[in-house]
Design a protein around this ligand. Structure first.
Ligand code: FMN
Length: 155
């Protein structure tokens, strides 16, 4: 029986994704675990982004974002895009980038992607939830990274 110790929220299951954004000024990739489908018709997904993250400004300005699904061997990239900020530096530099329907940057080397048009956003707690309509997607069929809090943030 659950005994009231530990932090059950840290054990909730997620994947790890790179949220890709691009404005006239710059491109950015931000690692996110809090991503999920929220509607099937229309096809909508949500991502919760910390209010202070540069990605909030970028999604609001660009009106689109991509969800790049990582493979288990892409932990290094998840770390690179998961700490500090991408403001004024391009954390996706050197990676092959593809553009599909919306113009949001899509990683050529990922397991699968969703290309999303911004559908709605709302402020909730210390995050902004961006809802994206999936207008294009692609899949390699490769295994997906499963988020493990300890790998990135320790015990
Ligand atoms: C594995 C992992 C998962 C993360 N998940 C989220 C998330 O779901 N939402 C979020 O706002 N930040 C998340 N972060 C933190 C952001 O990726 C990090 O603060 C990022 O550097 C913000 O970049 P930006 O300021 O360029 O937007 C996560 C970090 C890691 C390492």
């Amino acid at each position: 029986m659950p005994n009231g110790t530990g932090n059950a929220m840290k054990r909730m299951k997620y994947g790890d994704y790179i949220i890709g954004t691009k404005t006239d000024k710059q491109m950015n990739g931000m690692t996110a675990a809090w991503v999920t489908q929220v509607s099937s018709n229309p096809r909508l997904v949500s991502v919760a982004v910390g209010r202070t993250h540069y990605t909030c400004e970028m999604i609001a300005e660009a009106g689109c974002f991509s969800v790049n699904m990582l493979r288990p061997d892409q932990v290094k990239l998840a770390r690179k895009c998961g700490f500090g900020t991408g403001k004024d530096k391009d954390r996706l530099e050197g990676l092959e980038i593809l553009y599909k329907e919306t113009g949001a940057p899509i990683l050529a080397d990922c397991a699968a992607y969703l290309d999303c048009k911004l559908y709605k956003s709302f402020e909730i707690g210390d995050h902004i939830v961006f809802i994206g309509e999936v207008v294009d997607m692609g899949d390699t069929g490769a295994e997906l990274m499963v988020h493990d809090n300890e790998v990135f943030f320790g015990k």
